[in-house]
Write a protein that binds this ligand. Sequence first.
Ligand code: ZN
Length: 460
Amino acid sequence: MIQHNLSELGLSLLEVTYNNNFLELLISENITKDFWHKIEQKFVMYDQYIKILNTSRSDKGYTIKALYASSQSKLEEIYLKYSNILDHKELGQMLDMFYMHPYSQGSVMFWTKHGIRAFSYLEQLIKSVIKDNYHEISSANLLNKQLFEHSGHLQKFTHNILWLKDDTFILRPMACPQHILYFNLKPRSYKELPFRIYETNTCWRNEARGAVNGLLRARVFRQDDGHIFCTEEQVISEVQLFIKNLEFVYNQLGFIEYKFYLATRPEEYIGEIYEWDKAESLLKASIPGIQEAKSEGAFYGPKIEVHLKDAFDRWWQCGTIQLDMFLGSRLNVFYTDLEGNRKHPIILHRAIYGSFERMLGILLESTQGWLADPMIPYHVLLVCLDQGKAAKILQLSSNIRVLECHESLSAAINISYKYRIPRIWIAGTKEGVDEILVRYHDNTQSVKKITSAIDEVKFE
Ligand SMILES: [Zn+2]
């Protein structure tokens, strides 16, 4: 990580983000040659080299994306590697999973059956960890703005909210107040705590035109949103259970490296400092030794952020669990304790993906489309040289998604690469009657019994 501060440049630099060899600069004016030259000089001073990738414009300003490295040759090497990366939007279209369109700017225009399947797998993974421990609900999408006025979200996120014409109703930007309403439907006892609520919901956010980016930042997206109502004594075990579930899901998806950060009290906050200190110490105790991200917490409480590393060494912020000691009193949330006293519970806001779309986008880019078996459009490309044998294989593998190919092996290899099909089954005449040649995408191959080749495919 480069330690120097680019704001010393005296230019209207609003934000600098480093992500391994990636650099993102947000500036208020359009880039000029002079500006770029100054940045280059600054990097050279610190023995770093830089290469611009692209620029984009948003309401906040101009964003410049670039690569940097410690030598010119290293920079060229990295550039070569990254310039070959396909964008998740290109991959989505190539694999016939989803399509963007100017008529639906900021959201996906069409999900195909292949995209829906991948999405469902992500949802199924989340449901496998929440199981019966959560009250799964589905709440309203169109809500009176008063709900978000009471919770404080409206004042805080007013520019991100999508209004309907008469300014009374808004499209759901988040689900916190709705889940609180659900908890409040009945009088609650301490015996019901921890009370966990979950829903897969759609959220609408008014992102700036230049800020939207396919699945990674959309105006309409689906969340794996949940809230846990608990006592102070239950916080640590609840956070630890959530982290355990999150690690399971990330590992299933093939991510092996992630970092946890404790985002502490921001400049604008509600409540008292001693309450924040207590909340932060509870989160610290949940993950001993956790690194701090100072002043990055939510206005209602500190949070643990989870950043995961993809196959190209880039870091992404995905999961989060946030400790909220204030929304409970603001929205009159109570439970009755053992002695019969009415108390406010602590509310934990939690999400493993944050956004299903974003997680799918990260997975697509990170694997370059080589997704896990349950998510891919086709498990197998079947080269039908011996028609009789091919028909028999199709009959035996009716549960497997097979794309038939009647061309040569070299053509089949190109097709399998284009559609990211991880294995080719060659139904020829050279092998035994119940055997096929199996070729994998790492170019290894072996003769196998048809039944054992079928056994290799992992179903949902
Ligand atoms: Zn929430």
